[in-house]
Design a protein around this ligand. Structure first.
Ligand code: SF4
Ligand code: SF4
Length: 432
């Protein structure tokens, strides 16, 4: 066996022990050239994910609030300079209407997404939308992807009841960043880089990070992102709750060459695996940018969350047609994604229990590192599926889920059967 492979195996053993990797170890993984060794890396990433979270895969939907943007990111359909774009910002009532529709379809967690525009999507607007969705729909947790804010604005956002604050650096390569973000507040690299410091200082314990893969050399950006995460961990004792792996996609009005730093499907699998191994307890999020078949494969390299049935234009769930941020590849409905996950031997989950119970930040990470989280995830996933079955599933899926739940109840010694009966009687949000 080559000497390098012995080192890689040592790194894989460290990840399997759920330890965070250091930069030399991350670089060694990114530099693996032996395809046979990659199979071992993928397999270990899957095992690490199952040690932490078991078989569950969390499902959510994005809710786009606005596509009016003050920035001009060259790769984005919402950019200010795209004069062809049909613009829309949802009123509070329209945001509630979309959230209520998604709730009826069975979603319990939504990611609110807004372009960067102080007047259209400032902190007052977010507070009003969040308050109205919590008060007027059955959505249980809202996460937010929005512009970097001041510490005071982040405090207000946190106080409004948000779970995860998400913001991507897009690329850490400064010359590329400057070229791709020519105007607006986003042109300020350092302001964006400091967003997570300010969010943590404001009290956020759960933050979501990422890069837009395909803007620069992916190995470089992955290493840079993980360096950023490690810096936050060493400074604040907490790193990202989630890492997302968005890949550059065609968008109407985009001005970038999609081929120059193209990330292949195989590369994307490697990126997911490296994230899983580098930060074992992190949630790894796959969006509907990716085609259905590839998304199904990414679960076996460490992914743990996916969006489903998504629309990427404001009011897109109620009325399709306005400008999208990017093209959606996986057009399957939530029902179809749930069915597919079941056939892969995974457990789809609409659970929001940790947010209801205050398991966040360090508490969450400690439970994950002690391999205690997966017990919560497993039972809560089943309870959430029972609710979905009662309230939203198609008749065909109901029958399928009924069989799965019956089998799981027979294996459980945890009073699962009684909890399921309560759900049948109409009780909701039962979790551990
Ligand atoms: Fe605006 Fe975000 Fe698009 Fe940039 S990526 S143009 S900030 S919506
Ligand atoms: Fe997520 Fe916690 Fe539910 Fe597991 S138990 S799916 S970690 S909210």
């Amino acid at each position: 066996m080559m000497k390098d492979n012995v080192y890689i195996k040592d790194i894989l053993a460290k990840s399997l022990d759920l330890q965070v990797l250091n930069l030399p170890e991350i670089s060694a993984l990114l530099d693996v050239r032996d395809e046979g060794m990659w199979d071992e890396v993928f397999d270990t990433a899957r095992k690490v994910k199952e040690k932490v979270y078991g078989k569950r895969i969390v499902l959510f939907a994005p809710l786009y609030l606005s596509n009016e943007c003050a920035n001009d990111c060259l790769y984005c359909g919402f950019r200010k300079g795209n004069t062809e774009a049909v613009r829309k910002s949802l009123s509070v009532d329209e945001a509630v209407e979309e959230a209520a529709l998604l709730s009826k379809r069975g979603y319990k967690r939504l990611l609110l997404v807004a372009s960067e525009h102080n007047k259209r999507a400032g902190i007052d607007y977010f507070e009003n939308v969040i308050d109205a969705i919590y008060k007027r729909t059955d959505i249980r947790i809202l996460h937010v992807n929005s512009a970097p804010a001041t510490v005071e604005e982040f405090r207000r956002l946190k106080a409004s009841g948000i779970g995860v604050y998400q913001c991507f650096q897009e690329t850490y390569h400064i010359p590329s960043y400057r070229h791709l973000h020519p105007t607006g507040t986003k042109a300020d690299y350092a302001w964006r880089l400091g967003a997570m410091d300010r969010a943590i200082e404001a009290g956020f314990e759960d933050i979501g990070m990422g890069v837009l893969l395909g803007l620069y050399d992916w190995r470089w950006d992955v290493a840079a992102l993980l360096s950023h995460c490690r810096r936050l961990i060493s400074k604040y004792g907490l790193g990202p709750h989630t890492l997302s792996v968005p890949r550059l996609q065609p968008a109407k009005g985009s001005m970038v060459d999609l081929e120059r730093y193209r990330v292949s499907d195989e590369d994307l699998k490697k990126i997911v695996a490296v994230f899983r191994l580098a930060l074992p307890y992190v949630g790894i999020v796959i969006s509907t940018r990716e085609p259905a078949e590839l998304r199904d494969q990414l679960f076996s390299t460490g992914a743990s969350q996916i969006s489903a049935g998504s629309k990427t234009s404001p009011f897109g769930y109620i009325k399709d047609g306005d400008t999208e941020q990017f093209e959606v590849s996986d057009k399957r409905s939530l029902d179809e994604v749930i069915r597919k996950l079941c056939t892969l031997g995974l457990i789809p989950s609409l659970c929001t229990a940790c947010y209801r119970e205050g398991r966040s930040g360090g508490t969450f990470r400690d439970l994950a590192q002690k391999e205690s989280m997966k017990a919560f995830c497993h039972e809560n996933a089943l309870l959430s599926l029972k609710e979905y079955m009662e309230d939203s599933a198609s008749d065909e899926l109901k029958e399928h889920l009924g069989k799965i739940l019956k089998e799981e109840i027979s294996k459980s010694r945890n009073g699962l059967s009684e909890k399921m009966k309560l759900i049948e009687k109409g009780k909701r949000d039962i979790h551990i």
